[in-house]
Ligand binder design. Sequence first.
Ligand code: NAI
Length: 345
Amino acid sequence: MFDSPAYDAHEKIVDVNDPETGLRAIIAIHSTARGPAAGGSRLWTYTDASAARTDALRLSRGMSYKNAMAELPFGGGKAVIMGPVAPEDRERIFAAFGRAVEALGGQYITAEDVGVSVSDMMIVARETKYVSGLATEGAIGGDPSPFTARGVRIGIEAAVKARLNRDSLDGVRVAVQGLGHVGGYLCQELHERGAKLIVADINPDRVQDMRARFGADIADVREILLTEADVVAPCALGAIITPEVAEHLNTGIVAGAANNQLSIPEAGAVLARRGILYAPDYVINAGGIIAVSAEYNGGVDRAGIDAQIEAIGPRLADIFARAKAEHRLTGDVADALARAKMVRI
Ligand code: NAI
């Protein structure tokens, strides 16, 4: 572990092996400086255990940055559950995972991530109280996606102001890649503010839905990132902005929900050289963890969550201004600010 390129002074990595249920998982705790390590659980079929470990190391580190930047009382952690999991084993696997989280005594707090649903977390919650993202009728909680989408829309507004000097999204062309939980809500937020949408998803039903509801133009999934638009909003997979893609984009702004959008840091340098403003992903997509944090810790009402999500706008504006004044990459400015906040509070 200590020799892995993805290792970044992580505090603790726990390998979970439960022969009774077949659960194999890795829980990575990057930092507990600000509070318990919070971050979702991902269910994914990896090529091997080393790929799963690399993912856990990288994602947990990302959560430390995201939570610190959003000024939440959390450190960063992440769990990966190694798939595939057969539907009939799902309940037993998630119950065993809940016991593994409980055994950490609150050092790690889990929630949903890719491949994991609210119903899975309800099973986890039978075994541990260190879990968030649960369905709670009428109260704050459950699916974080609408909150994430709202923060992304606010971040896009900040980027449009900084790059295009426009105060509204009216008539701004936004290309949205991925119309799932976040992408769908984001299209609604943008449409309500007069933006023109160009959309793509590998699922044709989702594309047709956006066309019917918001009059969105449709692009080919292979073309959406290269579409001529004011803003490109990646809301599907990570690592989609490679240096080569960055070289060929026809936009002034990249601002979307997907985690780890830049395939390698050099892609950020290409964007900057071409005058394309990049909104660091973990800053703009923090709305969901803000809502999850409020659900878990309590004491924050809807207005409090809204205020914290609104703060994503000025936070990004500050990062954009510093990057411009100091001739630095927006990602580097964000990382330095986040690291400075990774201290005991
Ligand atoms: P989701 O799984 O609901 O949606 C992803 C969508 O992307 C699906 O509709 C899928 O068909 C589509 N897609 C997959 N490959 C594609 C491709 N090559 N081209 C076009 N579309 C493609 O996931 P969700 O929750 O909407 O998350 C989207 C991204 O945002 C992910 O990267 C996730 O890690 C990130 N994120 C999500 C948060 C949340 O609150 N759900 C919070 C922070 C980040």
